[in-house]
Design a protein around this ligand. Structure first.
Ligand code: CP
Length: 337
């Protein structure tokens, strides 16, 4: 695809070489994300960061990625703090804010809303999550993490074995990740969820049409026994009509060190898009896994900066200028990465 000037709204817009290009650019961002070098390639550029739904890592890592490329960030957080609360349309908001920004990262609770906004925007828009629909930058960072974690074991994304666990009906990260995996070969996917929270049928069908083997289950222990990756997810309580309904499913599938030791192959990688729900009633990934070296959740969050830097560099067409606008850092940085 042509990245320069493009919106990034769905993983469906990528072909496999596009994903490989994003990963190659993400690799080149490591000296900057790891505070060895500083680049000013986006000096003067402004990111409009518009998050109309709660977010910690997507919002802050998009902002950090832009800052690390030398640009500045203007944030709007919460519908209540924007004129949308006064009845302004997404069209008008997009027309206005795209005059103030060079690129926009946006999250909104309604599926399709980011695409609607992008259609009226004069600058590229990157989807930071639209309802239960898609979260393309999360899927890219997840797949980048899978590739990185398995590289040292002689395994790759092709022939991957992965179990996805939790709220597969509402989880936009698993929706986007499944669609992205359709670009690769011979993947085995075990989908573990309560019956009511199964992966949407069209996504299961898309996986099968791509030649992947898909099993659906509502039993955790047997499902995680022969996989490279366990990808756990939170019950997406914000998508339910009531807390009581979400409570029916919270805590149904809990992975802790004892279950991991008993049922998983050695070195099975544990992933989660985060936030994990650490309340006693949930704990889908127990804190007692924190010292397990195969827990990759914080490597995922670090990789999010690399992937989002790569998206900005590609969309704003500065990949080949990054290194020529760089210098070494001045401050002490040892031991962080
Ligand atoms: N993974 C993710 O989207 O996290 P946030 O909701 O904190 O952005």
């Amino acid at each position: 695809m042509q990245f320069a000037g493009s919106h990034i709204l769905s993983v469906s817009q990528f072909e496999r070489p596009d994903v490989q290009r994003i990963f190659a650019v993400a690799d080149r961002m490591q000296p900057y994300a790891h505070r060895q070098r500083v680049t000013k390639v986006l000096d003067g550029a402004i990111l409009g960061s518009m998050f109309f739904e709660p977010s910690t890592r997507t919002r802050v890592s998009f902002g950090s990625a832009f800052n690390l490329l030398g640009g500045e960030v203007r944030e709007t957080t919460g519908i209540e703090n924007s004129a949308i609360a006064k009845g302004e349309s997404l069209y008008d908001t997009a027309r206005v804010l795209s005059g103030y920004s060079d690129v926009i990262a946006m999250r909104h609770p309604a599926a399709g809303s980011v695409a609607e906004f992008a259609a009226a925007s004069r600058v590229p828009v990157i989807n930071g999550g639209d309802g239960a629909n898609e979260h393309p930058s999360q899927a890219l960072l997840d797949l980048y993490t899978i590739k990185s974690e398995l590289a040292g074991r002689g395994r790759g994304i092709d022939r991957l074995r992965i179990a996805m666990v939790g709220d597969l009906r509402h989880g936009r990260t698993v929706h986007s990740l499944c669609k992205l995996m359709c670009l690769f070969d011979d993947i085995q996917v075990v989908l573990v969820s309560p019956q009511e929270l199964r992966m949407p049928g069209e996504i299961v069908e898309q996986l099968r049409q791509s030649g992947h083997k898909v099993l659906e289950s509502d039993v955790l222990e047997a499902s995680i026994a022969h996989v490279d990756i366990v990808y756990s997810t939170r019950i997406q309580e914000e998508r339910f009509s009531s807390q009581q309904e979400a409570d029916l499913y919270r805590g149904r599938f809990r992975l802790n060190q004892s279950i991991y030791t008993e049922h998983c192959e050695p070195n099975t990688v544990i992933m989660h898009p985060l936030p994990r729900d650490s309340r006693d009633t949930a704990r889908e990934l127990d804190d007692d896994l924190n010292d397990n070296p195969n827990l990759a959740i914080f490597r995922q969050t670090d990789n999010g900066v690399l992937v989002r830097m790569a998206l900005f560099a590609l969309v704003l067409d500065v990949v080949d200028l990054v290194d020529s606008c760089a210098r070494d850092v001045n401050w002490y940085t040892a031991g962080r990465f």
